[in-house]
Write a protein that binds this ligand. Structure first.
Ligand SMILES: [Cu+2]
Length: 105
């Protein structure tokens, strides 16, 4: 009987550990370099469709939409331009920063 009482105290503690470890901590964001060509931009919601090369181990080459948080970065994204940028990969959000023209080539 005494043992049962102890278990009933331990169970909620064990569940708390499990539920705390499933959402990733705030520091789990990582960054990768993005190289690609700007296809189009949407100033209303500040997103850019970029035809990108492979992005580290995160994504194969494709065209997709990236949210851009900074107005300065967004201003450097113009259709037809080749760029290098940084993608911040959070959970679940991702966004672009550090946009620069890619003059190589
Ligand atoms: Cu992609």
């Amino acid at each position: 009987m005494r043992r049962l009482v102890r278990l009933s105290f331990l169970l909620p503690a064990a569940l708390a550990v499990v539920s705390c470890s499933s959402p990733k901590p705030a520091g789990s964001e990582r960054t990768c370099e993005v190289r690609g060509e700007v296809i189009r931009v949407d100033p209303q919601v500040r997103t850019a469709v970029i035809k990108h090369e492979k992005i580290c181990d995160w994504m194969e080459p494709m065209s997709m939409e990236f949210p851009v948080r900074s107005a300065d970065d967004f201003a450097r994204l113009q259709p037809g331009k080749k760029i290098v940028a940084t993608v911040h990969i959070g959970d679940p959000e991702f966004w672009l920063s550090g946009v620069h023209p890619n003059d190589a080539r």
